[in-house]
Write a protein that binds this ligand. Structure first.
Ligand SMILES: NC(=O)C1=CN([C@@H]2O[C@H](COP(=O)(O)OP(=O)(O)OC[C@H]3O[C@@H](n4cnc5c(N)ncnc54)[C@H](O)[C@@H]3O)[C@@H](O)[C@H]2O)C=CC1
Ligand SMILES: O=C(O)[C@H]1O[C@H](OP(=O)(O)OP(=O)(O)OC[C@H]2O[C@@H](n3ccc(=O)[nH]c3=O)[C@H](O)[C@@H]2O)[C@H](O)[C@@H](O)[C@@H]1O
Length: 441
């Protein structure tokens, strides 16, 4: 089928590439011309495992095209996917500016009947509004249907998640339109949920809110574990064996970040408020997460009295491994706090430093390697569990850092026994602290 995808970010580009891979003819449209020029050459503007090779293969097979011109990209497209960003306003409500702008461009350039499939996460009721919005901006005598097909991929495993997702949700008021989207996805052979648009919109928010709840729950358990001398990893393992609970999303850490959990949980709280429902549980989830992000700096300050002038290495900046995305990364909160406390921060991330530089305080130095960041540091903060960080030898870490170093590990990257052997003072999340080299005190 001939498809167009509008917006080529983490979701749009992966969607376009994967739809081409299963045999469709796809043109991806983006208003960012620089990005489009890069993509035409097979260079993805984002870091995502496996994306570049799949993109190049489909460009070569002449199934995948890129354009910054709507009139060209929409030519003969039967189905148009909309995957532009839906960030949050400072008050936590959803900013639909990009969706409206892209919808208007689609409406202006549509010359044949089409189904518009929204992939962007939008508040309940938005798709109904979008349908009339597009209608009112059509320039030609064409008919449209709107289908909501929320996206569940995770950054860092986006290609895998698209081909092996747990379900595809199709929200439609029109059965024929739903059937077309089913047909497009048929080669993926994944379980389908065909429902109405409001349900599809709510499934997306409820899913993200539930996953965020699991994380804040285990982080609270971790905080209690620390106080009573238990180990959250053993606790989570024991809990997760119960199939009703499961092991996924029970990894305690520095709190969730990323472009979606923070904004989608806020949006759902606002949506609930809009219908006079005080979503107390989700508000607590958000509060717990905000506190979790600053907890390690608070511990360091308590332990050291002051961080003024301390040389601090921050390893890992992206909100999770496998991506260069810095949106709502815990590292932003942690580093701002460290700088406010007077620390001298050197940071390292294998892929996210380019995106991090413009949003972190100017005082931050960027190191080319983890070893360079650790060199002569007194305190280390681990904020993303990249293999490049998890696989560091603790002997090297100790040798590189100043005498009697202290590590605050927000991702529980190291085995406690291993740390004990290396006599490094080590504080992680929800596990007993390790005292370090007592001989030198
Ligand atoms: N990032 C993720 O892992 C996931 C994101 N989502 C949702 O998918 C949507 C997109 O998210 P991302 O891909 O992260 O966004 P993004 O910010 O990475 O990409 C958006 C793209 O749209 C382009 N764009 C903006 N306005 C445009 C317009 N008027 N016409 C054409 N292109 C335009 C931008 O240049 C950019 O390339 C959001 O609603 C998000 O909540 C859903 C699941 C996963
Ligand atoms: O709507 C979205 O954008 C996406 O949001 C999340 O995907 P993503 O943000 O890419 O990454 P996750 O793997 O979910 O991690 C999110 C955050 O939670 C943290 N996390 C995750 C799992 C865990 O056990 N503990 C934990 O702290 C991660 O470190 C990260 O900061 C969801 O997992 C996707 O299903 C959804 O499509």
């Amino acid at each position: 089928m001939k498809l167009a995808v509008v917006g080529t970010g983490y979701v749009g580009l992966v969607t376009g590439v994967c739809l081409a891979e299963i045999g469709h003819q796809v043109t991806c449209i983006d208003i960012d011309e620089e990005k489009v020029e890069k993509m035409k050459k097979g260079i993805p503007p984002i870091y995502e495992e496996g994306l570049e090779s799949l993109m190049k293969q489909n460009i070569q097979a002449r199934r995948l095209f890129f354009s910054s011109k709507f009139e060209k990209g929409l030519e003969k497209a039967d189905v148009i996917y909309l995957a532009v960003g839906t960030p949050q306003y400072p008050d936590g409500t959803t900013d639909l500016t990009a969706v409206e702008s892209a919808a208007k461009s689609i409406a202006h350039h549509l010359v044949q009947d089409a189904i518009i499939v929204t992939k962007s996460t939008v508040p309940v009721g938005s798709n109904e509004y979008l349908k009339s919005f597009i209608h009112s901006h059509l320039k030609n005598d064409v008919s449209i249907e709107v289908v909501h097909n929320p996206e569940f991929l995770r950054e860092g495993s986006a290609i895998h998640d698209t081909f092996h997702g747990d379900r595809i949700v199709i929200g439609a008021e029109n059965k024929q339109a739903a059937a077309v989207i089913e047909q497009i996805n048929q080669p993926l052979d994944l379980p389908l949920v065909v429902t109405d648009i409001k349900n599809a919109e709510m499934i997306k928010y409820a899913s993200n809110a539930f996953l965020a709840t699991k994380i804040s729950f285990i982080n609270e358990i971790a905080n209690i574990c620390e106080k009573i001398g238990a180990n959250v990893e053993d606790v989570a393992y024991g809990m997760g064996l119960d199939k009703r609970i499961g092991h996924q999303f029970l990894k305690a850490g520095i709190g969730y970040g990323g472009s979606c959990f923070p904004k989608d949980t806020n949006a759902l709280v606002h949506m609930a408020g809009g219908v006079d429902h005080d979503f107390e549980l989700l508000k607590s989830v958000i509060r717990v997460n905000n506190q979790q992000q600053i907890s390690l700096v608070q511990k360091a300050k308590q332990r050291l009295g002051s961080l003024e002038g301390k040389r601090v290495a921050v390893l890992g900046l992206a909100y999770k491994p496998g991506t260069d995305d810095m949106r709502e990364a815990a590292s932003i909160v942690v580093i701002h706090r460290l700088i406010e406390e007077g620390a001298e921060v050197t940071a390292y991330d294998p892929f996210a430093m380019e995106n991090a530089a413009p949003i972190l305080p100017q005082q931050v130095w960027f190191a080319k390697t983890a070893a360079e960041a650790l060199h002569d540091a007194e305190v280390g903060f681990i904020l993303t569990e990249w293999d490049q960080i998890k696989n560091l030898s603790l002997k090297d870490v100790k040798d590189l850092m100043k005498a009697d170093p202290i590590i605050y590990d927000g991702r529980n990257c190291f085995q406690l026994d291993d740390v004990r052997q290396h006599l490094i003072e080590y504080h992680s999340v929800g596990r007993p602290s390790i005292a370090g080299d007592l001989r030198s005190n």
